[in-house]
Design a protein around this ligand. Sequence first.
Ligand code: FAD
Length: 435
Amino acid sequence: MGKPRIAIVGASLGGTVAAALLQRSGTETVVYEQAQSLSRYMGGVHLSPNAMKVLRRVGCERELHAIGAHPDFWVSRDAESGQPIAQIPLGDYAKSRYGAAYLTVPRSGLADVIERALTPGSIRFGKCLRCVEDTDSGVRMTFTDETVETADLLVVADGAGSTVRSHLLGAVAPHYSGYVTHRLAFPASLLGRRPYDMCAKWWSRDRHLLGYYLTSARNEYYFVTTVPQQFWPAGMVTMSTTRNEMREAFAGFHPDVRRLMDISPSLSTRPLLHQNSSPIWSSGRLVLIGDACHPMRSTAQGAAIAIEDAAMLARCLNEAGPTLHQSAFALYEANRVDRIATAHRLSATNAWMRDDLDLSWFQGYDAFDVPLKLSTARAVIGTADHRDGDFVGDSSHCWRRQPMGPTGASDGFEAQAFSRETRASRPLTGTMPEV
Ligand SMILES: Cc1cc2nc3c(=O)[nH]c(=O)nc-3n(C[C@H](O)[C@H](O)[C@H](O)COP(=O)(O)OP(=O)(O)OC[C@H]3O[C@@H](n4cnc5c(N)ncnc54)[C@H](O)[C@@H]3O)c2cc1C
């Protein structure tokens, strides 16, 4: 049997990098994306060496070096005094210690570079997945335009609030975290003559602002905030915030931050939503990666983690061989679950890179070189907590243990496709907040 035909839902970082890696290994891969193009992405993204090592493998490193900014340090500053709390070396230090550069890049530029690494035409835009059915022999996807496509396997990369995940486990909408965020990219000339750090985060007790250059020419600057706000109206995606409201939110901050408020036009405010990690990482022919599986909070590393997931999944599919997708999915989870748990623990403290930290565990990671751990049955059927009784998963009707098939897990059970009569034909609804 040849390699499986793989469909991916979601053409953001996890989905496109997975597609590029799979295509390089000779696997026919198509990505379905609800948006009409990738150019809608705004703002910036941090590409730490662990992500850059993956992007190197799909031939994107040189182009990213050309467009992105190369911060020498991540500087953490006290909100009021502006005094450095920590200076974490990046630049040449990151290259020699972790084996790749640390870049900050425009998100749209990153999307363009990765898109060029894909087989032309392999992203199908304007395809919003509505239903998915895991048949015995493949995956059947129905889109909101009523077209139907099939594949052997489906990689679910449709982000936080994943509609496919809701389909599998029942809809548990992300909840409001009590924080909002503002993001703005603007010409760096507006900063005036005063030098700003290449990458700095100003920290107060309850809010912070991360600012950095987006381009190697340092002609574009970007900031993103996290600000507490007690309520957020249900169903609202964005609200506008006036300059005066921004000034008020950052009133006690150092003049360098207040200056950012003075040069900002009115901004849009978005809620920061929270969703727990999925209790399952795969189901039959479906496998989850990135924010669809384990949304990251407050770390500026969610993109890198999604890229790592894509790399590990591609590696495990290769290791397991073309027919053993369940073994591949189990291996993938077994090799990601501890790392994600550590990242989540750190992100929950909302202090990632606040103090001098030894980040070698994070930035030094290479998804293609790290020794593989053997998979366990737990990886196939979800967390140990879900293994008592006949049903697994967080809904009593979601998963039923079945005798193992010839390619199944080692404990004699496999997570069979979600019960088709209750889930498979239920329409997928809901939209993703823009990232
Ligand atoms: C304010 C903010 C700033 C951030 N800054 C950083 C940063 O600097 N560095 C960093 O590493 N991370 C950052 N993150 C986190 C990062 O954006 C996410 O962790 C990362 O984008 C996750 O990638 P993903 O591919 O898993 O999913 P997403 O990026 O969420 O992409 C999901 C894709 O799936 C598509 N989709 C959804 N549903 C469907 C459907 N039914 N059919 C078809 N397509 C669908 C969506 O349109 C989207 O393109 C930030 C997050 C926020 C909120």
